[in-house]
Design a protein around this ligand. Structure first.
Ligand code: GAL
Length: 624
C-alpha cells in the first residue's frame, strides 16, 4: 500500500495499490540493517539500570572478549538509559562526562567517538538507547534515580521527538554507534494530566501509545515515527551496518508491523528475574513464529540470567531461560554484571550448541508442536536439515513426557539420533522417547532422522521464509493465552490480558490456537490464517507447491465463501473454487520451478467480524 511504503521510508515509493491482497511479487518484511541472525551481546539495563558508567561497561566488554564470548558471537555492547547529560539549547545531545570521562572534549560538545573506537578496537560493536518521545522512561517512572538528565525543562528533553534526523546523524554518523534501542515512554507517560506534567517538571505530549488498551494507541502515528527513524538510519549508515530495536512492549499492535521496519521488536513489557514473568515474556513471542525472519526478530526482552530466579542457585531456571530464548531466535543480550558473574552462569551464556541454534542461518523460530499450560514442546528447523526440540515444564511438579517422531515431522519407523544440548550426550530412539522433565526444566536436543515428508518441506517448518504481509486481522485482539504473572506486585486488580496478537497467522495451528481441521480432516501441518490475507513465502529451489485448502471447522461463520489463490512472482498459478465451512479441503497444486516468491491469498467478500479462520493444510514446497 502506498501509505505503508512511504512510512517505511526505505522502500521505494510504489504505485498506488488499493487492493492489499493483490500480489506484489516482492518480499515485504525488513531486510535492511545488520540482523540477518538475531543480535547478540550485552546491555547495561538489567545489571545497572540507570546507574551505569564507562568503567562498568568497559569491564563487562573486556570480560566478553577475555572469556571467549565475543568469539562466540556476543558483539554488541549496548548502553541503555543513563548515558546522557542533557540536550544543549541548539539541540545537540551531550554525553554525561562524569559517568563517561572519555566523552569530554575541549569545546564541551562531548563525543562518544573515543568510546566506540575503543569497543571497535576490541572487535566489538556499540549500541545506545533513546526514546521516541521528548522524555524517557526513567524520567517518568524512576524519578528518584540520581542519574537523570539535568538542566532546564527543554534541556531535559533528551528523546528523539523533533530531533530524529539530528540525533541519528550524531549517534551513528559522528559518534560511530552501530545499534539503537528506541523506547516509547515519551509517547505514553506525559499526558497533560500526568503528575509529572502538572507539576511543571516536564512538557506535555499527548499520549499516542497505550500499553493496556490497543484502541487508545495511534498506530499509524507511532509507526510513522519509527519510519522516520528508519529513513535516518538508512541515510547515515550507507554501509547498512546498523540495528534498529523497537521497544514499545507489544503495544500499538506492533507485532503486525515492526517486521516491516525494524530488526528486533519487543513483544512484551519488561522482564523481571521471576519465573512467572519470564513465562509471560516467552508467551508473547512463542506464538508469533511467522512474524520473525532474518532481518526482523521477536524480542521477548533481554536475558535476566544472574539475578533472582535465574541466579547461580537456580541453574535449572537459568538454563531454561537461555534455551527458550535460543529457540525463539530472540536477541541474546546478556544483562548481568560480568565482573562478578559466577562461572556456571558464564557457562550458560557460552553454550555453543544453543548459540548455534539461535544463530542458525535458516532463521526459523521454533514452532509449538505440543501445547498445554504445563508442558510445551517446541521444534525448530535448522538449515542443515536437523531439527532441534525443547520440552519445557512450566509447572512445579516433574512431568513424564513422551516425545514422538510426529512432533518433529520425522518417520516413526527409523532411528532418530539425539544430542542433548546441555550435556552433549548422544542417544537414539525409534518412534517415541520417554523423558522426565523436572519442575521448571527445559530439556533440549538436536535431532536427526528420516523426514515424514521425504521430498519437500512443509511451509510450517519454514516460518522464517513465510511472511504474513496481510494477516486478515482488522481489529487487534488481546491474546488470552499469555501467562499473567504477579511479578509487579499485588496492588490493583491483577495483570489482565492486554497483549494483542490473538488471531495472527500461525504454523500448525489456527489463528486462535486450535488444531487445523477442514470438514473433519485434521492437518498436523499447515498454516492457519484469517481470510482476506496474503502470505509471502520464499522459494529456494523447490519445484512444486501442494496444499489442501478450506475454511477451518473452527470458523463461526458457515456462509462466507473463500477463494484460495497461489501466485508465483506476481503471476496467478492456481486458484480454488469458492469454499465455505463444511466443504472438504480442496487440493491446490502448481509448478513453481524458477519461482522465488509465492503469495498465498485467501479472499472472501465479507468477513465482517474478521474472524474467519482458513487453513492451508499440508502446504508444502516439493522437490518434484
Ligand atoms: C523500558 C524498557 C527497558 C529499559 C528501560 C529504561 O521501557 O522496556 O528495557 O530500556 O525502559 O528506562
Amino acid at each position: 500500500m502506498l501509505t505503508i511504503a512511504l512510512l517505511c521510508g526505505s522502500q521505494p515509493a510504489i504505485a498506488q495499490q488499493t487492493d492489499p491482497l493483490a500480489p506484489t511479487g516482492t518480499w515485504s518484511a525488513n531486510v535492511d540493517g545488520a540482523a540477518i541472525t538475531p543480535p547478540m551481546g550485552w546491555n547495561s539495563w538489567n545489571a545497572f539500570f540507570t546507574d551505569l558508567d564507562e568503567e562498568k561497561v568497559l569491564a563487562s566488554a573486556q570480560v566478553i572478549v577475555d572469556t571467549g564470548l565475543a568469539a562466540k558471537g556476543y558483539r554488541y555492547i549496548n548502553l541503555d538509559e543513563g548515558w546522557w547529560q542533557h540536550r544543549r539549547d541548539d539541540g545537540r545531545m551531550l554525553a554525561n562526562t562524569d559517568r563517561f570521562p572519555s566523552t569530554r572534549t575541549p569545546d564541551g560538545a562531548t563525543s562518544f567517538r573515543p568510546f566506540t573506537d575503543r569497543l571497535h578496537g576490541m572487535g566489538l560493536k556499540a549500541g545506545l538507547y533513546s526514546d521516541l518521545g521528548r522524555n524517557t522512561c526513567a524520567q517518568a517512572y524512576m524519578p528518584d534515580q540520581t542519574n537523570l538528565p539535568r538542566g532546564t525543562l527543554t534541556q531535559r528533553e533528551v528523546g528523539l521527538y523533533g530531533h530524529i534526523d539530528q540525533d541519528i546523524s550524531q549517534f551513528f554518523g559522528e559518534w560511530g554507534f552501530d545499534y539503537i534501542k528506541i523506547d516509547g515512554c515519551g509517547l505514553r507517560a506525559y499526558g497533560p494530566e500526568s503528575e509529572r506534567v502538572v507539576s511543571g517538571r516536564y512538557r506535555a505530549l499527548d499520549p499516542i501509545l497505550n500499553l493496556e488498551t490497543v484502541a487508545l494507541s495511534d498506530i499509524p502515528a507511532v509507526r510513522g515515527l519509527f519510519g522516520e527513524v528508519k529513513t535516518a538510519l538508512m541515510r547515515y549508515n550507507p554501509d547498512n551496518d546498523f540495528v534498529l530495536s523497537l521497544c514499545i512492549w507489544g503495544s500499538a499492535h506492533v507485532r503486525a508491523w515492526a517486521k516491516d521496519i525494524g530488526n528486533v521488536s519487543r513483544t512484551s513489557d519488561d522482564i523481571t528475574p521471576h519465573w512467572g514473568r519470564m513465562l509471560t515474556n516467552f508467551d508473547t513471542a512463542v506464538t508469533r513464529e511467522l512474524y520473525a525472519h532474518p532481518g526482523s526478530w521477536n524480542d521477548p526482552d533481554m536475558l535476566f540470567i544472574g539475578k533472582g530466579d535465574f541466579d547461580a542457585d537456580h541453574l535449572t531456571e537459568a538454563r531454561s531461560h537461555f534455551t527458550l530464548w535460543a529457540f525463539l531466535n530472540a536477541p541474546l543480550l546478556i544483562g548481568s554484571d560480568l565482573r562478578n558473574t559466577p562461572q556456571p552462569l558464564m557457562d550458560i551464556f557460552g553454550n555453543s550448541a544453543l548459540i548455534a541454534l539461535n544463530q542458525d542461518p535458516g532463521g526459523h523460530q521454533a514452532v509449538l508442536a505440543y501445547d498445554t499450560d504445563d508442558l510445551q514442546i517446541l521444534v525448530k528447523t535448522l538449515a542443515d536439515g536437523d531439527k532441534a526440540v525443547a520440552i519445557l515444564n512450566r509447572s512445579s511438579a516433574p512431568v513424564e513426557a513422551t516425545l514422538t517422531a510426529a512432533h518433529m515431522k520425522l518417520r516413526d519407523d527409523a532411528a532418530i539420533a539425539t544430542t542433548d544440548l546441555w550435556n552433549g550426550e548422544g542417544a537414539s530412539f525409534t518412534g517415541e522417547m520417554k523423558v522426565t522433565v523436572a519442575p521448571r526444566e527445559t530439556r533440549a536436543w538436536r535431532v536427526r532422522g528420516n523426514r515424514a515428508l521425504e521430498d519437500g518441506m512443509y511451509l510450517s517448518e519454514l516460518p522464517g521464509q513465510v511472511n504474513p504481509a496481510v494477516d486478515g486481522l482488522t481489529v487487534p485482539q488481546v491474546d488470552p493465552t499469555i501467562h499473567r504473572a504477579a511479578s509487579f506486585g499485588t496492588r490493583g486488580s491483577g495483570a489482565r490480558p492486554f497483549y494483542t496478537g490473538w488471531g495472527g497467522a500461525r504454523a500448525d495451528s489456527t489463528p486462535y490456537g486450535r488444531v487445523l481441521q477442514v470438514a473433519g480432516q485434521h492437518f498436523a501441518s499447515g498454516i492457519g490464517v484469517l481470510a482476506n490475507s496474503r502470505l509471502e513465502a520464499r522459494n529456494e529451489g523447490h519445484r512444486r507447491f501442494t496444499a489442501s485448502v478450506g475454511v477451518d471447522d473452527s470458523a463461526e461463520d458457515a456462509d462466507n465463501e473463500v477463494t484460495f489463490a497461489l501466485y508465483g512472482d506476481g503471476r496467478l498459478l492456481t486458484r480454488s473454487e469458492p469454499l465455505s465451512r463444511g466443504m472438504p479441503a480442496q487440493s491446490l497444486e502448481a509448478d513453481i520451478t524458477g519461482v522465488t516468491l509465492l503469495e498465498l491469498v485467501a479472499r472472501t467478500r465479507d468477513a465482517a467480524n474478521g474472524r474467519l479462520p482458513v487453513t492451508w493444510g499440508d502446504a508444502a514446497l516439493m522437490q518434484r
